[in-house]
Design a protein around this ligand. Structure first.
Ligand code: ME8
Length: 496
């Protein structure tokens, strides 16, 4: 079974911030879950380097655009590494392999392309033409300023795809999630699709159109193609991989670029005769301390700074526990501090610490015993079934609910310790004590696996404490054997 996961490829006109890190961590969680579940995963990210917006940013910085792109793209790669992203590929749209892919795709959709003249209002920030009726006081609906453009342009017959797209959405009800976003896209398409201008002749920072001097591709057709560049398109040797991975592909995108992914991209793929992705998942937006992040307000959250302050797994946890994935959220230092102290240090940290400290107290050795009574059996069964309960949620990208289920098991395990009073059993009933500890080893292992996609470093520490390999969920089917356990250390030290 295959799984392809992608992040948006980021514009390089500004530094990476927590919003970019968010989309990338979400995709990372899905990719890690897939690998732990034994799937063949391809996980790609990258940078979107062409277009008028980037060209102008380089110009105003007084730097050659190629040099500018190299420096800025590296910043996104650094961010990806900082957040412990397990990407298989980082696509830069200025790479030769990507130019080859875009030009090949162009040829495959050429039957739907014609030349005409375009004049209209263009928003460079959104990199799209805006309808005359949507321009208010010189601004696009997104608030970005627009400018008048007139150029000869190549057009893609998007209008021909209206019915095919509606049919696709109907036959594939989970193509767009969350469901509320799906309805938005359907009404947009029903309201009528206009042909799409897909070339630019007024500037040259883009991918040349085959055999057409002076035209470069519209940055969105260039950007969307990155997903198949990464799979080896158009090399015939990769055709099978492209096809199989695309059918099992989940594109994680911010809600503001859903239309490009759920309308234009499938139309291009249909035209090219390539398979459509399985899912477009649109996530929400973060504000910072209740305001839109902006350089002028000075509230842009730098992933490096926030991770250095609170710790990587703490930040990864916070982003997916605080706000339901798909909805908007507010990033605040008070909120993250609260989560770290209650959920992580108290609930999770204490559970692991108290169980392992107890094991140390009795000599570090557990005599494994699965001859459970009902109470231990209940914890054992809830532990063994954890991933089966999470999997259907992860298949719909319900990251928040998945973490919720892990925390239910943490709460249940803490309650089990309180109820069973193993420190008393150590004196009164050693046989029972080892059954209780066996059940707790099971629950801690399950918690380690449940956390692994979200908090890989923490999960690794937990696995190391209890001698678990931790590479595949299937390991949870095996029983523990008698063993010695290590001295525990604090999972979430206060000074982090
Ligand atoms: O749109 N909150 O790139 P981009 C949450 N190059 N997520 C945020 C965010 C915020 N405040 N700000 C950004 C582009 N993001 C195109 C994409 S894909 C073929 C081309 C995240 O640099 C969110 O995922 O503007 C958003 O869609 C993405 O960064 C856009 O990044």
């Amino acid at each position: 079974m295959k799984l392809c996961v992608t992040t948006p490829i980021y514009y390089i006109n500004g530094d990476p911030h927590i919003g970019h890190a968010y989309a990338s961590i979400a995709a990372d969680i899905l990719a890690r879950f897939g690998r732990l579940d034994g799937l063949d995963v391809h996980f790609s990210t990258g940078t979107d380097e062409h277009g008028v917006k980037v060209a102008r940013s380089a110009e105003s910085a007084g730097i050659d655009v190629v040099e500018f792109s190299n420096t800025m793209s590296q910043k996104f790669r650094d961010m990806s590494d900082k957040i412990n992203m397990s990407y298989d590929d980082f696509v830069r749209t200025t790479e030769k392999r990507h130019e080859t892919a875009c030009q090949a795709l162009w040829r495959m959709i050429e039957k739907d392309i014609y030349v005409s003249n375009y004049s209209g209002w263009y928003s460079a920030r959104d990199e799209e033409y805006v309808n005359e009726s949507d321009v208010v006081d010189g601004r696009a609906p997104s608030g970005a300023p627009v400018e008048w453009m007139e150029e000869e342009s190549y057009f893609f017959k998007l209008s021909d795809y209206q019915d095919k797209l509606l049919d696709w959405y109907e036959k594939n009800p989970d193509f767009i999630l969350p469901a509320s976003r799906r309805n938005e896209v359907i009404s947009f398409v029903k309201s009528g699709l206009k042909d799409l201008s897909i070339s630019r002749s007024r500037f040259s920072w883009g991918i040349p159109i085959p055999e057409l001097n002076g035209h470069v591709m519209y940055v969105w057709i260039d950007a969307l193609t990155n997903y198949i560049t990464s799979l080896g398109f158009p090399d015939p040797a990769s055709a099978n991989k492209v096809s199989e991975m695309m059918k099992n592909c989940v594109h994680i995108v911010g809600k503001e670029i859903l239309r490009f992914h759920a309308v234009y991209w499938p139309a291009f793929l249909m035209s090219a005769g390539l398979p459509l992705p399985k899912r477009i998942y649109a996530h929400g937006w973060w504000t910072s301390e209740k305001q839109k992040m902006s350089k002028s307000v000075g509230n842009v959250v730098d992933p490096h700074e926030i991770i250095d302050t609170y710790g990587l797994d703490q930040v990864r946890y916070f982003l997916f526990r605080e706000v339901k994935f798909g909805e908007d959220g507010d990033f605040s230092r008070a909120a993250i501090e609260k989560r770290v102290s209650f959920d992580l240090a108290n609930d999770l940290g204490n559970l692991v610490q108290r169980v392992l400290a107890l094991i140390q107290k009795i000599g570090g050795h557990v005599v494994v015993n699965y001859d459970f009574s009902d109470v231990e059996r209940k914890l054992f069964e809830n532990s063994r079934s954890l991933i089966d309960r999470i999997r259907p949620l992860m298949e719909r990208q319900e990251l928040h609910a998945s973490l919720g289920i892990v925390w239910e098991l943490i709460a249940e395990s803490n309650k089990f310790v309180n109820d069973m009073r193993p420190w008393e059993l150590a004196k009164s009933d050693v046989n029972k004590l080892h059954k209780v500890l066996t059940a707790l080893c099971e629950s801690i292992r399950a918690i380690g696996f449940g956390l692994a996609p979200f908090m890989p470093d923490t999960s690794r520490k937990i696995f190391d404490f209890i001698n678990v390999d931790g590479k595949l969920f299937s390991e949870m089917k095996t029983n523990f054997v008698d063993q010695d356990f290590r001295e525990p250390f604090t999972l979430f030290p206060k000074d982090n």
